[in-house]
Design a protein around this ligand. Structure first.
Ligand SMILES: Nc1ncnc2c1ncn2[C@@H]1O[C@H](COP(=O)(O)OP(=O)(O)OP(=O)(O)O)[C@@H](O)[C@H]1O
Length: 253
């Protein structure tokens, strides 16, 4: 039996008269990668930020690992890791110094080199964030989510703007984090990413969940309605060509 680690019930968020989130409910199971998919403005980031305790909800109930967001937001903060935009990092500090700074804020000891190893950035330990490539910046921001050894990490569009090799590298990193027992909740616009990474997805549209299941079951449900994709005449696509020619290894270093 799966254990529910996040429970969202009838969540509503209004910005003035505008209803950004219109009463959504979902559970995230411990140890899974759960994806929120949806077009721009669907309400994905708003939903994540409410669960992260960074944004006030209008109504509804959110329970994170048994803790009520209205009663124990500070306890929730201790067990989650939130990916920050890399533009927010202090520009004068190098990667090790930034990790030490965050560890201090969490009141924790952190082994900076071990964390950098996990995201394949040991050789950049003395670099500043602005000296990193896009993929390296994303990997570093994921490393910072793990400083407090969280039970759950939140990733908001972790691979947006990355090249195919860097995306695949990040997918393996996210799977590796899950393999070590951390629950992952992420948002993405990329459906191939959701299909490859997520155990279950919720498709959000205009503030409502329109479907929720494993990617496989959602596809089976669509096929059962008689839907058929126009026949693919080629056995590969342009991305296959690109990866075949340029390989899977990271090129950013
Ligand atoms: N602080 C705010 N004040 C007013 N409206 C907001 C605010 N934040 C978000 N919105 C609106 O709420 C809606 C949902 O925004 P949200 O950022 O949650 O969507 P999203 O699904 O994450 O979109 P994206 O994929 O573009 O990041 C949008 O219409 C947005 O314009």
């Amino acid at each position: 039996m799966e254990r529910t680690i996040i429970s969202v019930q009838n969540l509503v968020k209004n910005y003035g008269n505008f209803e950004a989130v219109k009463g959504i409910s979902f559970d995230v199971h411990e140890g899974e990668i759960f994806g929120l998919l949806g077009p721009n403005g669907a309400g994905k980031s708003t939903t994540l930020e409410i669960i992260e305790t960074l944004r006030e909800k209008t109504s509804g109930k959110v329970i994170v690992d048994g803790l009520d967001i209205d009663k124990d937001p500070n306890e929730i903060k201790k067990i989650i890791g939130v990916q920050l935009q890399t533009s927010g990092f202090y520009p004068v500090l190098n990667l090790v110094e930034l990790i030490d700074l965050f560890a201090g804020l969490y009141n924790r000891e952190a082994n900076a080199m071990e964390l950098l190893d996990r995201v394949n950035l040991r050789d950049k330990a003395k670099s500043k964030v602005k000296e990193l490539s896009g993929g390296q910046k994303q990997r570093f921001s994921i490393a910072t989510t793990m400083i407090n050894d969280p039970r759950i990490i939140f990733l908001d569009e972790p691979t947006t703007g990355l090249d195919p090799q860097a995306r695949r590298n990040l997918w393996e990193l996210i799977r590796d984090i899950r393999k070590k027992g951390t629950t992952v909740i992420l948002t993405t616009h990329y459906l191939d990413e959701a299909e490859y990474l997520c155990d279950r997805v919720a498709i959000v549209d205009s503030g409502k969940i329109v479907a929720m299941n494993t990617p496989d079951k959602l596809i089976d449900e669509l096929v059962a309605t008689g839907f058929e994709r126009p026949k693919e005449v080629k056995k590969a696509n342009l991305e296959d060509v690109f990866i075949h020619l340029t390989g899977r290894t990271l090129r950013e270093e």
